[in-house]
Design a protein around this ligand. Structure first.
Ligand code: SAH
Length: 563
């Protein structure tokens, strides 16, 4: 099951929301922007938020009246598709009402939450009430072979029939089933590939591991064929296991995705049969051809004890600061991360984080060291995020991470799944607030001479000005670089008139942001600090007054004569 979303309308629900978060540490709290601060997610439209979560199959715990939730989700109920658990919980934690998602475990959630809050859950499902469990929703590690036949089975049972249990079904030990060894109805737990017989509820345990060699062509198909050949039900496949030397092999990842199972890696230890045997002790694995071995356990497999997943490293851009300017892929990545690395200010900006997430805050200058540390963690199979402000590829961590990888001969670093996730860079965030000063060709420069000679900055600046490009200056000034901006402006003034529009954006997208539109003639280095973005117009950049006060700045799309 995905981690639930806890949705609240006001800060009055925050205490209960935090208690729920202790039960589900992966759950994020979503709060209405204007009424709730300091939560992981902010939203503006309650109905749209609920519908989006529902469509994404995210379990929803809404801390508000059940009626509001019902009204918001009603339009979706006739659609076929996801039906995640949906619960209404009273703001003060005094009532828990499961509403939707009976087959997705809503009653299990309701009972857990009820136990956590010390109240009884309002369970109304007859099967649950009678038997104390939802037979159609076996616990994780098991899957039902056929839902429609299952519904019929449960209604027969509710009508008074008795039942026998075949195979190991430990979760039914506490259920109140009318058991009878001679019963016509049977719950059968097993891995055998076959259609359910009459009067049977067939449940497959996920207890099979297939060790594969990536050299095998059409991997997913071959695994399906191999299982079928041994009369093993496909839903019993718990995972694929491969040699960790093949961690970056995309054929393996494609096959696992195709089969819908996780992929684990272990050191190559002798044959595939030996590898499978090591991963599933007390099984008697068998080889299937040269490239596959199948191991079957008595119980569903616990993947946390089997090899390790491929590590992942994402270099992400937070955008300028405001949560609504962060791209959704970055939010998802932050939620899945085990480790978060970065300059402390940015790591804080990316939070809040859950108790199980490890933060590694470092000084802003230790870029290469941070990049190497990120690979060391990811190479252990962890999911690692390196945080940058704005975009990670603009004077930030993405290039440092690639440089560290390029310099490394360690195969475990090269096997890490590496991804850069973009963000809204400061020049673009500032430009958007001013209008469109970068609406035509422009040039982005860092004025910092920490990592490049000042002479090259002067040269590039001079050429960019000659080319009549609008200019965006990152790192314009700092305490250790006091004179550079003045020098840069001297060069710009050789090419541009004093009337050229200049935009100064400070802390854009962050608390206390300021935006000033001035001219090149008015600009002095004292107006600028290291948290400022400086945009200098080209010869065509112009301004006009906004109706609401302030100034629009834009550089037209055309150049030369207006078309
Ligand atoms: N990767 C970042 C840039 C890092 S360089 C990005 O894409 O935005 C740091 C410089 O970016 C700062 O000196 C400042 O010039 C600019 N900057 C970063 N965030 C800013 C913000 N919120 N408002 C204004 N300027 C910002």
């Amino acid at each position: 099951m995905n981690a639930p979303a806890i949705v609240i309308l006001g800060s009055g629900a925050l205490t209960t929301a935090r208690r729920l978060q202790q039960l589900y540490p992966q759950a994020l709290i979503h709060g209405l922007t204007e009424r709730v601060t300091g939560v992981e997610r902010s939203y503006q439209d309650f109905g749209a938020t609920l519908r989006q979560l529902y469509r994404q199959n995210t379990p929803i715990i809404a801390l508000c009246a059940a009626g509001i939730v019902i009204r918001c989700l009603a339009p979706l109920l006739l659609e076929k598709g996801a039906e995640p658990p949906v619960l209404a919980v009273a703001e003060d934690g005094s009532a828990v009402v499961p509403l939707l998602g009976g087959l997705a475990g809503v009653n299990v959630l309701a009972r857990e939450i009820g136990a956590g809050l010390g109240v009884a859950a309002a369970i109304t499902t007859s099967g649950e009430l009678r038997f104390g469990t939802c037979l159609l929703n076996p616990p994780s590690g098991y899957s039902l072979a056929d839902l429609e036949l299952g519904k019929r089975f449960v209604s027969d049972l509710l009508a008074g029939e008795r039942v026998r249990v075949e195979g190991a079904a430990p979760w039914l030990a506490d259920a109140r089933l009318p058991e009878d060894a001679q019963a016509r109805l049977a719950i059968h737990v097993g891995s055998e590939a076959r259609a359910p017989v009459a009067h049977e509820l067939l449940i497959h345990p996920r207890n099979v591991l297939v060790a594969v060699n990536s050299a095998l062509p059409h991997l997913a198909e071959a695994v399906r064929d191999a299982l079928q050949g041994r009369r093993i039900a496909l839903p019993s496949l718990a995972c694929l296991l491969a040699d960790e030397g093949a961690m970056a092999d995309s054929a393996l990842h494609d096959a696992a995705a195709d089969l819908g199972v996780p992929l684990r890696f272990a050191p190559a230890q002798g044959s595939l049969v030996q590898m499978a045997g090591h991963a599933v002790p007390q099984s008697s694995p068998v080889a299937i051809g040269e490239h596959m071995a199948v191991a079957m356990a008595e119980q569903p497999l616990d993947l946390s004890g089997i090899g390790r997943p491929r590590g992942r490293l994402a270099v992400i851009g937070l955008g300028p600061g405001a949560a609504d300017l962060m791209v959704p892929a970055v939010k998802t990545e932050l939620a899945r991360a085990n480790d978060i690395l970065g300059y402390e200010t940015y790591v804080r900006m990316a939070g809040p984080f859950r108790a199980d997430q490890v933060l590694h805050c470092t000084d802003n200058r230790e870029e290469m060291q941070r990049a190497r540390h990120a690979f060391e963690l990811a190479a252990q199979g962890r999911s690692v995020v390196v945080v940058s402000s704005g975009d990670p590829g603009v004077f930030a961590m993405a290039a440092a991470v690639l440089e560290a990888l390029h310099e490394s001969a360690d195969p475990s670093w090269h096997a890490v799944e590496l991804q850069m996730l973009p963000g809204v860079s400061a020049s673009l965030a500032t430009a958007a607030q001013a209008g469109a000063p970068l609406g035509h060709d422009f040039c982005v420069l860092s004025l910092s001479d920490n990592l490049k000679p000042w002479a090259i900055i002067e040269k590039r600046l001079d050429l960019a000005c000659q080319a009549d490009l609008a200019l965006a200056f990152y790192n314009p000034i700092s305490r250790s670089r006091p004179w550079q901006l003045g020098k840069a402006l001297d060069i710009v003034r050789l090419h541009r008139t004093p009337a050229t529009p200049v935009v100064l954006g400070r802390d854009i997208g962050r608390p206390g942001q300021t935006l000033r539109v001035i001219t090149l003639g008015e600009l002095t280095p004292e107006q600028v600090d290291m948290r400022t973005m400086v945009l200098v117009g080209s010869s065509t950049t112009c301004t006009f007054a906004k109706a609401a006060g302030g100034t629009w700045v834009y550089t037209p799309r055309w150049y030369g004569t207006k078309p």
